[in-house]
Design a protein around this ligand. Structure first.
Ligand SMILES: [Fe+2]
Ligand SMILES: [Fe+2]
Length: 120
């Protein structure tokens, strides 16, 4: 599934999931990836990305779990895989890695997060 990657890389209304806390966290995720792309050699930016990603995933998973959301297990598995990948990175990250992260977030929100709209 091909979704347009925003350039400059930033959250816009097309990513809205209608839960303010999660939309706010998604904005921070875009910013964290933007910052890594702007400073690929900065290990602090990479650590910050891991941090905001892990915080967001646990909040989102908490909401899905409390709501008894049916797709929880498969959704969490995608989170775990992505988090595992970015945790394994070290600075400097290369262009392919930046592209991968940019694309993963856009695709994940639109193809996967959007499915819980109205259900949490
Ligand atoms: Fe998600
Ligand atoms: Fe999300």
């Amino acid at each position: 599934m091909g979704f347009t990657i925003p350039e400059p890389y930033a959250w816009d209304e097309s990513f809205r999931v209608d839960y303010d806390s999660l939309d706010h966290e998604h904005q921070n995720l875009f910013k964290a990836i933007f910052d890594c792309a702007a400073a690929p050699g900065d290990g602090g930016k990479l650590a910050a990305l891991v941090d905001v990603t892990s915080g967001h995933f646990s909040n989102e998973e908490g909401m899905m779990s409390s709501a008894g959301y049916g797709d929880y297990a498969a959704h969490k598995k995608m989170h775990d895989e992505f988090l595992g990948k970015i945790k394994g990175l070290s600075a400097p990250i290369n262009d392919d890695t930046v592209k991968f992260a940019k694309n993963w977030l856009v695709t994940h929100i639109k193809a996967t997060d959007h499915k819980y709209k109205g259900k949490l």
